[in-house]
Design a protein around this ligand. Structure first.
Ligand code: T4K
Length: 403
């Protein structure tokens, strides 16, 4: 175990891990059952376009969530695009800037202006008071993001949407298996969108889903997902190809069977990080709300440099040298990325809480491939770097001056 600055790999010590430890390593369910399903689909020669696995997957997800409709889609991003279009959003839509860029792009792709709103630093989700201030006559909707699996302030956002007659969608890419006031995410707003990308706690390689209790919206989404076909040779509206293929659905079905195992391991890892990082000044482990159901997929630290005396970026450098590939999700915020950064409507925009949080966040590895021992090692390195912050800063500055 490393305990001093001298041991750190960035200063010549042996890296703590021989192999790279990633954030977002896929969880894989029972391999035999997956391979059996793959053989079955190869034998049947039904590979996509509403095949039996896709249908079963949709049913299973809908039942699990207790929602009327689940429409599986080829990715979370395409699911967002379809949900946005099928809901009739146009003009301006209010979204957080502190999210994966896909949330903003899904709007801009359809020439809808994402209007970036600041977050509540406690929850990292939209601040409803600020949302209401940003509504203009051009606003048609709000897309909230349940970041890190923590639900938005759904009641407040629903109230705002109702009073202003706005559509309300949720990007629930991080929130499969999480609840709000005891009810699973997937049941709120006009529709909610999941991502089942490889890096999510349960995955379909690539994939996503739109879930809704609105029958008309579900029908519109189903049409759009399949080019607008309502039957053979009959196209009745604009559409795209958003279908989930059978191999993805097979992976999804297999993952669903291991969902509780994935959550149990993530929870164990979260508690382990919590224990190992306790009492470290300037380090906040983003809290999952344990009164709700959660998937505990993201281990998110906030590094307050004024207390740690070591910046988030330098800590990340230290960890990378040890083969711990921590990530600065979602730095620097969508409003600071192109095309939004240079566009006239956003160029001068300042979102103080988003900017502060984006400077502090560092995500650490978790999931089925990370053990309690790995976590103890990672946390010892963090502790050694922060306790020796003065020496780490001095050595890095000397190195930069020599370069
Ligand atoms: N909304 C939100 C709030 C989202 O977070 C996302 C996706 C979306 C919408 C859109 O959903 P999708 O269209 O993606 O379904 C990753 C994912 O690509 C992205 O899905 C995810 N959010 C985002 C938070 O993270 P990167 O840039 O981190 O990807 P990458 O390739 O660097 O992978 C992350 C780490 O995972 C790597 O260190 C290696 C590891 N990895 C990755 C893959 C793909 C593996 O070990 N195996 C793998 O197969 O974006």
């Amino acid at each position: 175990m490393k305990s001093s600055v001298e041991d750190l790999a960035i200063f010549g010590g042996v890296p703590a891990f021989n192999e790279k430890l990633h954030v977002g390593r896929p969880n894989i369910g029972n391999r035999e059952r997956l391979l059996k399903r793959i053989n079955q689909l190869l034998d049947s020669k039904w590979l996509t376009n509403g095949g039996p696995f896709e249908q079963e997957f949709e049913q299973r997800v809908a039942t699990y969530l207790g929602v009327r409709h689940c429409i599986s889609i080829c990715s979370g991003t395409v699911a967002l695009e379809i949900a946005i279009r099928a809901s009739g959003l146009k003009g301006e839509v209010i979204v957080p800037s502190f999210t994966f860029i896909a949330t903003a792009h899904a709007l801009q792709w359809q020439e809808i202006t994402p209007v970036f709103c600041d977050i509540d630093p406690r929850t990292h989700t939209l601040d409803p008071v600020k949302v209401e201030r940003m509504i203009t006559p051009r606003t048609t909707g709000i897309v909230g993001v349940h970041l890190w699996g923590r639900s938005c302030e759904i009641k407040a956002l629903t109230d705002i949407a109702n009073r202003h007659r706005l559509k309300l969608l949720f990007d629930a890419a991080h929130a499969f298996g999480c609840s709000y006031e005891g009810r699973l995410i997937g049941n709120f707003g006009d529709a909610e969108v999941f991502s089942f990308h490889a890096t999510k706690f349960f995955n379909t390689f690539e994939g996503g889903a739109i879930v809704t209790n609105d029958d008309a919206l579900a029908s519109a989404v189903r049409l759009m997902r399949n080019f607008g076909f309502s039957g053979y040779d009959k196209v009745i509206s604009i559409g795209t190809n958003g279908k989930m293929n059978e191999i993805s659905a097979a992976m999804g079905l297999t993952g669903l069977e291991s969902l509780e195992d994935f959550i149990a391991v993530n929870y164990r890892n979260y508690k382990c990080y919590q224990h190992e990082l306790a009492d470290l000044p300037g380090v906040r482990l983003f809290p999952h709300d344990e009164t709700e159901r959660g998937n505990y997929q993201y281990i998110t630290l906030e590094i307050d440099e004024s207390l740690t005396q070591l910046s988030r970026d330098r800590l990340m450098q230290v960890l990378w040298a040890e083969n711990i590939l921590a990530r600065r999700y979602f730095y620097p915020g969508c409003h600071r990325m192109e095309p939004y950064r240079s566009s006239s409507s956003h160029a001068a925009q300042s979102l103080p809480e988003t900017e502060k949080v984006a400077e502090r966040v560092l995500c650490l590895p978790t999931g089925m491939s990370v053990t309690s021992t790995d976590i103890a090692v990672i946390c010892r390195i963090i502790r050694a770097a922060l306790q020796g912050s003065e020496a780490v800063n001095r050595r890095l500055e000397n190195r930069a001056a020599r370069a």
